[in-house]
Design a protein around this ligand. Structure first.
Ligand code: URP
Ligand code: ZN
Ligand code: ZN
Ligand code: ZN
Length: 475
């Protein structure tokens, strides 16, 4: 049935205007004033923002890590994402050395297909790049539409790849039109510092931060940027936490390199002192790279605003405090890294960003949705409100004041990383391809309704509208 979202303030990365959005068969068919509503279901959006659904470029759902498995799977994780205003997630498919890439991708399809309530896609981790992997990679990119490859420069002896592998991945990505993503920290030096700290009896969560100093993130970021320059390839640095790394990305971009950066909500609003909370509570705030000194937050906000960083990923990787984070009692290196952030990514960026005057409303949409859709080959199907785009829409009430809490969140985890945070604004209703997933703050979606998205290659231009082709105009 046709739907019309009426009288909302429609916001894209470029425009803000009041009007109606018509939806048919999951697609936006018309945008305008007083659209013909005959036979249509009317959804009143007056006094509310109508945003394109959030695109979260960085999640870890149902992922084995740190001797355990993340608390949220593709069902609970995508339900929480939808409550929070996100309608697309791109999750990291882990591979194992010696095993076919296709086997890893199949495992991720099995984890997700009957569970996801919103659309999803995968990035592929590259742990080795021998002849066998090189031979299989083009098929995976083509057949699965997986056009982004992830290399870990940290987690020695677990996920870390060496510089040769990163270099060869950049070369292959250049040839195949893929975007290389890096977790940029110097894993070798961190391994040394962690071993030393433990030998000296320094076992508390704060030592997680102290053994991963910002210089080691800056160094790895700069190293990856140089290898990108040498291969004339393209790079996306995930979870940028600090000035040292943000400035390396800025420097690379000034040189004209195709180097992009993502930060996460936790680095924008939390700082390193959280790891000093008593009774082992600091373990809740163990991410890699770690939370930093507070002044870095200002650098990250400015980098988002000036375009040095383009996106915000949740890096959703939830572990319960009880039984999971507690694995690191007496040894900070055994605390599973990561936290629950998928649900609050959207509102934190809105409330701390737009409401506090750090970014504009249009920039908010760009960071939360459009930029990720463009970089990861989903635009304009995702990432905007335009005729022909999927009707992934968030109806957002900017007037709501609320407090973030584990008592009210929908993630399957026993704490909230932003517990007690006062925020402004809340997604009221969320549609995925024209169907309500959240309606008036209640989940009405269905496990398995989310579709797997095959993505375009990096740098693929969106199709020209027919008119521009006829006129011969260059857009
Ligand atoms: O601490 C983090 N970020 N955990 C998730 C895995 C990763 O490094 O992205
Ligand atoms: Zn497939
Ligand atoms: Zn990482
Ligand atoms: Zn991650």
């Amino acid at each position: 049935m046709k739907k019309i979202i009426k009288n909302g303030t429609i916001v894209t990365a470029a425009d803000t205007f009041t009007g109606d959005v018509a939806i048919e068969n999951g697609i936006i068919t018309e945008i305008g004033l007083n659209l013909n509503a005959d036979g249509a279901e009317i959804v009143d959006a007056s006094g509310r923002y109508v945003f394109p659904g959030g695109v979260d470029p960085h999640t870890h759902l149902d992922m084995p890590f740190g001797g355990t498995v993340t608390a949220d799977d593709f069902e609970t994780g995508t339900i929480a994402a939808a409550y929070g205003g996100t309608t697309t997630v791109i999750d990291f498919c882990l591979t194992s050395k010696g095993l076919p890439l296709q086997q890893a991708v199949n495992t991720w399809h099995e984890k997700s297909q009957d569970k996801a309530v919103i659309d999803y896609s995968f990035h592929l981790m590259v742990s080795e790049l021998n002849d066998k992997v090189l031979a299989e990679l083009p098929q995976i990119i083509e057949n699965e539409g997986i056009t982004s490859l992830k290399v870990f420069m940290a987690y020695k002896n677990v996920l870390q790849a060496d510089d040769g592998t990163l270099f060869k991945t950049l070369q292959a990505a250049k040839k195949e039109g893929a975007l290389v993503m890096v977790h940029a920290e110097n894993g070798d030096v961190i391994d040394y510092l962690v071993t030393k700290a433990l030998a000296e009896g320094n076992t508390d969560p704060i030592y997680h931060a102290l053994t991963r100093p910002p210089e080691l993130e800056g160094e790895a970021t700069g190293r990856a940027a140089y290898l990108t320059e040498l291969t004339d390839s393209q790079l996306y640095v995930v979870h940028v936490t600090c000035a040292e790394a943000a400035w390396k990305i800025e420097e690379a971009r000034k040189k004209g390199l195709r180097v992009y950066g993502e930060t996460c909500p936790q680095y924008l609003v939390l700082d390193q002192t959280a790891l000093e909370k008593p009774n082992f509570e600091g373990a809740k705030y163990v991410w890699s790279p770690p939370l930093r000194e507070q002044w870095n937050q200002d650098v990250l906000w400015k980098s988002l605003w000036n375009g040095s960083l383009q996106t915000i990923g949740s890096d959703q990787c939830s572990f319960n405090f009880k039984g999971q984070k507690e694995l690191g009692l007496g040894d900070f290196s055994k605390i599973p890294n990561g936290g629950p952030t998928i649900e609050d990514r959207f509102t934190i960026l809105y409330s701390e960003g737009v409401e506090k005057g750090r970014i504009s409303l249009n920039k908010f949409v760009d960071i939360i949705s459009t930029s990720s859709a463009k970089l990861f080959g989903l635009f304009p199907q995702k990432g905007t409100i335009a005729v022909g785009s999927d009707a992934d829409i968030v109806i957002f009430d900017p007037a709501v004041q609320r407090t973030l809490s584990a008592e009210t969140h929908h993630m399957n985890v026993d704490y909230n990383a932003f517990e007690g945070f006062e925020v402004k604004g809340e997604p009221v209703s969320v549609l995925s391809r024209g169907e309500f997933v959240i309606r008036d703050k209640k989940f009405v979606g269905k496990a398995g309704a989310g579709k797997y998205l095959h993505r375009k290659r990096f740098g693929t231009a969106p199709a020209l509208p027919a008119k521009a082709e006829v006129s011969g105009g260059v857009v």
